[in-house]
Ligand binder design. Sequence first.
Ligand code: S3P
Length: 167
Amino acid sequence: MKIYLVGFMGSGKSSLGKRLARKLEYAFTDIDQMVEETAGMPVIEIFEKMGADAFRKMEKEALLSTAGRSKLVVATGGGTPCHFDNMDFILDNGVAVYLKMSPVSLAHRLEYAQKARPLVQNRKGEELLAWVSEKLAERESFYSRAHCIIKGETVKPDQVISLVFGS
Ligand code: S3P
């Protein structure tokens, strides 16, 4: 069994994923981290030095490398399900859980996040909110193909467990 967490940047995929994996006694992996290890540099530098297309290819490779694994929780990147046929792969290889959040919550979290994100780097306030709203609207059709959709603002690992395994 594999659980793929999908959703916009800032929706809490990595922090929930770690807690979920601990509860289930599964391994945890993060697609961004896998790419960073392969490239030997942070995501922000990959975008700057190699470009977005190169990042998307490496992201796809990282995703495909989860195929043979089991008892695994995967935090995907915000763009992972929205490129190539990645969402088909996710749906075929595990249970996909979408952490759905409003643009206002996402923009707020992104504004105060520690993590350096190339796509939101220079955006703040109203401009950030407008950008998040537009990008989320573009991506919603990918995310919402997930097997389960859950409210990201308040999600707890136990909720995901009962959704995925039934309670
Ligand atoms: C991206 C999301 C990021 C990272 C990259 C691009 C996106 O991952 O993969 O900065 O296109 O939404 P997180 O969702 O983990 O921040």
